[in-house]
Design a protein around this ligand. Structure first.
Ligand code: FAD
Length: 403
């Protein structure tokens, strides 16, 4: 026998995008189900959890969910730069705590959360539009009928694939990291490590969480490089490369592995009765491959737009389009600029990375932060591209603004 449910909105995937969508939708008074395939929300961590204090405050994430960061260090094979701020602008999230807080906010607003539900099929009406999903739950087959469905399944984009709307991402990042206890670390400083020995395409990192705990990882751009990030992580730990040596004894606590799309904003994200949000929509800053703040921000927008459409009894692609319009206006041009920098970075040799760090040294703290966040305000870029005293910096920012 199939267990059957009826909801106004069904959100598939209990990551930051799904929980945030469920939160605003439930708050607006419609009947919402949030479905997660694992045994609990954030059972498996697949992310390093770096984000920005400004976003944390905007979302109301509690203070005990993150470790603040105010120094940003980069190392290349023969160069090093640290950019310091007087106050903390970045943060490393306690991912499990944060994601569970997001889901709890959705539950408090009235959403029903179902765990251990692995969705693998879509239900369509006579026009081939999605009107529900089904899969397996603790008691066997389970079906959810719904006016609108949200694909918040992340990289795998299970729902959009089952509808035949998307295929596997072609360009993506693969990352492996250990959360580990270390002997010595400055809790205010993150490290990004670049160059062939760390990774041939991407960067390696040390992100401190406080209490002598860090996340140490390696990211590899695909298809640019075929190396395995887990293997490379073990190698750089064994060699104690660069700042890793300073950490002293490293005792792994937990291993994390994940994939993040890096195909730009190539997907259409609204269809009749369906919205894609977060990684399924490809909403990530390509410079450092961070997507959590976009998943939360645009998840909240998706929940509001979907509930308005449901209340107006019109849930086709046109009615859901204000969601796509909102996120494209907010980030499309920034992401496109960031991709140009990423294309430049992905091909750099060790010597060229050493020089790139010299350029980064020339940036003021706020310029650096806007840059790494892909928060390219056009007027700021124009200023830097035209009047920065160093030619190399002018060239970098000319690239960003599109010359
Ligand atoms: C190695 C690595 C490091 C990263 N570091 C950072 C970082 O430092 N900062 C940052 O901002 N971003 C980072 N990211 C990116 C960030 O993790 C994602 O952008 C973010 O998690 C996207 O959220 P989401 O909710 O769209 O997807 P996800 O977080 O992937 O959540 C999807 C959820 O859907 C569930 N699900 C999947 N399929 C089904 C199904 N069939 N049925 C039911 N449930 C299902 C999953 O179990 C999961 O809980 C990193 C990514 C990787 C891979």
């Amino acid at each position: 026998m199939t267990e059957e449910y009826d909801y106004d909105l069904v959100v598939v995937g209990g990551g930051p995008a799904g929980s945030s969508t469920a939160f605003t939708a439930a708050k607006s008074g419609i009947k919402v189900a949030l479905l997660e395939k694992e045994n609990s929300i954030a059972e498996t961590v697949r992310t390093s959890g770096v984000t920005w204090i400004e976003s944390i405050k905007e979302f109301g994430i509690p203070d005990n969910c993150y470790n603040p960061i105010k120094n940003f260090s980069f190392v290349s094979p023969n160069n090093e730069v640290t950019i310091s701020d007087s106050i903390a602008t970045a943060a490393v999230l306690d991912v499990r705590k944060t994601y569970r807080w997001l889901a709890h906010e959705a539950e408090k607003a009235g959403a029903d959360i179902f765990v251990k539900i692995n969705i693998n099929e879509v239900i369509k009406n006579e026009n081939n539009d999605i009107v529900g999903v089904s899969g397996t739950g603790p008691n066997g087959k389970i079906t959810f009928h719904s006016k609108v469905i949200i694909d918040a399944t992340g990289f795998t984009s299970v729902i959009s694939k089952a509808m035949g709307f998307v295929t596997q991402w072609k360009r993506f990042g693969a990352g492996a990291e250990y959360e580990a206890k270390v002997e010595r670390v400055d809790p205010n400083t993150w490290w990004l490590m670049v160059g062939q020995e760390y990774t041939p395409a991407g960067y390696a990192w040390i992100f401190p969480l406080g209490n002598n705990i860090v996340r140490i990882g390696v990211g590899v751009g695909k298809p640019e490089s075929d190396i395995d990030p887990t293997q490379r992580l073990k190698e750089i730990l064994e060699k104690q490369l660069g700042p890793i040596k300073k950490l002293g004894k490293i005792t792994p606590i937990e291993f994390h592995y994940g994939l993040i799309p890096n195909d730009g904003l190539s997907r259409k994200t609204v269809f009749n009765n369906l919205i894609l949000v977060g990684d399924s929509a490809g909403q990530a800053n390509p410079l450092v491959l961070e997507g959590i703040r976009y998943a939360i921000k645009f998840g909240r927008v998706a929940g509001k737009v979907a509930s308005d459409a449901i209340k107006n009894k019109k849930t086709d692609a046109d009615a859901l389009y204000p969601y796509e319009e909102n996120w494209r206006n907010a980030i499309e041009s920034k992401i496109n600029s960031a991709r140009k920098v990423q294309d430049r970075w992905i091909g750099l040799s060790d010597k060229e990375w050493d020089k790139e760090l010299d350029i980064i040294k020339e940036l003021k703290t706020e310029e650096f932060l806007d840059f790494i966040k892909a928060d390219f305000g056009l007027s700021n870029m124009l200023k830097l591209a035209v009047s920065h005293p160093k030619l190399a910096v002018r060239q970098l920012f000319n690239l960003v603004k599109g010359k």
